[in-house]
Design a protein around this ligand. Structure first.
Ligand code: HEC
Ligand code: HEC
Length: 231
């Protein structure tokens, strides 16, 4: 969905010689999509219907109160996740599912309107302000990214990043179905702040509960490594 933008952004990053030319390319490149944006108008009816659909179709995997079940399905109640994931990202994920994982594509069963009701329900359960995502170009070193992935991330997300499919406790973060729908700003935010209420702890250097401290360059590098080694 956002691949065209990613390509344009990386092309823009490669061209630096001629300032005039760089300026033109900068203007030609579309702005990063605002993945944290809120678009769904909510109402008590929508929330009630969303709850009903959730209990029919989602609760078996995502659990009571959408808190997730380790090894089965991730939390949809995490405040940092809900701050960074905008309504269109949630709707797209619900309707398209996550190819290569057990998250079904609900598009035939769950209409756009029903998906909006689900979003209204999830937002009502855990109201949180939207996050401001840093979409500046990555400052990445691929070799460093590979080290970070294998030393830190693979313990929970699996050696190849296939998540539950590798009997790991985290999700499939190297899956294209996931990566093609999130921006670098979204990934930076989640890696830095973690997924609150889950085993995905914050990795920023100043965090006291971090499993490991990662510098902004480590974080950019691992994002770049994941994107180059997606499946
Ligand atoms: C058969 C189990 C199963 C069912 C039923 C299911 N999901 Fe999922 N869902 C998953 C799994 C597994 C993932 C994570 C896949 C991955 O990326 O590794 C997921 C991921 C998601 C995500 C993305 C969360 C994140 O951390 O990025 C959303 C949103 C979501 N599901 C919503 C729903 C909704 C709404 C329903 C009901 C209409 C539903 N799911 C039903 C298994 C399920
Ligand atoms: C201690 C285990 C652990 C480690 C180490 C870990 N993660 Fe996670 N991560 C998880 C879990 C568990 C989840 C899913 C949380 C849930 O159940 O909702 C997750 C979720 C995520 C998500 C959100 C994915 C989505 O579907 O929205 C991203 C992005 C992520 N991790 C990236 C990373 C990166 C990059 C690293 C290495 C720097 C890393 N994680 C290290 C456990 C971990």
């Amino acid at each position: 969905m956002f691949r065209a933008w990613i390509l344009a952004a990386s092309l823009a990053a490669c061209t630096t010689q001629n300032p005039e030319q760089t300026e033109q390319i900068k203007q030609a490149a579309p702005a990063a999509p605002d993945v944290a944006a809120r678009t769904v108008k909510t109402s008590p009816d929508k929330v009630a219907n969303g709850k009903r659909t959730y209990e029919q179709l989602c609760v078996s995997c995502h659990g009571e109160n959408a808190e997730g079940k380790v090894g089965v399905a991730p939390s949809l109640a995490s405040k940092t996740y809900l701050a960074a994931a905008g309504d269109e990202l949630l709707i797209h994920t619900i309707q398209q599912g996550r190819e290569g994982t057990t998250m079904p594509a609900w598009g035939l069963k769950v209409s756009r309107f029903a998906a909006e009701e689900l979003v209204a329900y999830l937002r009502d359960l855990n109201p949180v302000e939207r996050a401001h995502l840093d979409e500046s170009p990555l400052k990445a070193d691929l070799a460093r990214g590979e080290q970070v992935f294998s030393n830190v991330c693979s313990a929970c997300h699996g050696r190849t990043g296939r998540g539950y499919q590798e009997a790991a406790s985290g999700t499939a973060i190297r899956g294209r179905a996931f990566l093609s729908n999130v921006t670098d700003g979204f990934l930076r935010y989640i890696i830095k702040h973690g997924k609150s209420g889950t085993q995905m702890k914050p990795f920023r250097t100043e965090s006291k509960i971090a499993v490991a401290s990662l510098t902004p360059e480590d974080i950019d590098s691992v994002i770049s490594y994941m994107r180059k080694n997606s499946h």
